[in-house]
Design a protein around this ligand. Sequence first.
Ligand SMILES: [Fe+2]
Ligand SMILES: [Fe+2]
Length: 324
Amino acid sequence: MATTVGQPVDPNVVRKFHFTREMIEGPVYRKYEKALRKMWSVEDLDFTQDARDWKRINDEQKRGLLGVTVRFLAGEQNVTDELVPMLAASHALNRFDWTVYLSTFLMEEAKHAEFFMRWHDRVVGVLEPEEVAQHFLVRGKTIDPSGRFEVRDVLHEALPYYGRRLMEATMGGTEAEIERAFVAFSAAYNAFVEGVLTMPSYEIVIDTTNGWNAFPVLRQGFRLILMDEGRHITFGTYACRLLIEKDPSYEDEVHRVFNAYRGNIVGLVEYQKAVPGLDLNKYQTMKVRHYRNRCREMRITPDETLIEQILDPSIDFVVGVEAG
Ligand SMILES: [Fe+2]
Ligand SMILES: [Fe+2]
């Protein structure tokens, strides 16, 4: 039966619908639309030239490159697996546009993992966990010789830790507790890991393969992944900005995360030293630029001491990065 305009509407029925004009005009919903427009598929990539290049490079180059790519292979699988708390929290906070956008985010992380799975399968001929694990360089504990910094495992420690906190807040906490835990998780996942720590790693692979004039599809995959990552990062920093505007005390959560993993960010990226001929300063400067951008996007004050330490040439210990 048709409803006449102006008739009182049952609020319980209204609650079944989430779209609003304001939402679909908003930046998060537009990211969802853009993600669909920019969709790409691993199946469309042809790995033949990369497989040929793999056969012609020497053993040292193979070791160096595989050291980077298997870390991405592990990292992308891990970030795919750690995103659920953010989806659950978006639901609890009644942010339907966040949930809608995150559906593309999760799919893209799965696709990034798929890209590296296919690349290793078709180019190197390894796929099973036992095969790829052989190429994962396990170092002893990374030590800063000055003893000032500790290097911790961001992917296997920070993301599960902040994820569990967010999940617990989502299941039983107040709205403010969920928001605070959301800012901490997003600071770790989107701002720290995606937004600063791994950024130079993409660039290093692009620079290295350009320098060797090889692996066009690996480079193309990195470019496609970076396009997706740009949306992931700016979704997280925008969400943090909204929440921090609501309660400025949430800003402390961001600084606490960056502080807890300070050593990982001031150290040099492992492959900066593994691949000869790279301009080391370039990647540290890049981290600073990204850090400043993330702070600007969140509308928070950057920690200038952290910036000085990233740029300090006397701090040159090496950190292994698993990118996501
Ligand atoms: Fe991502
Ligand atoms: Fe990713």
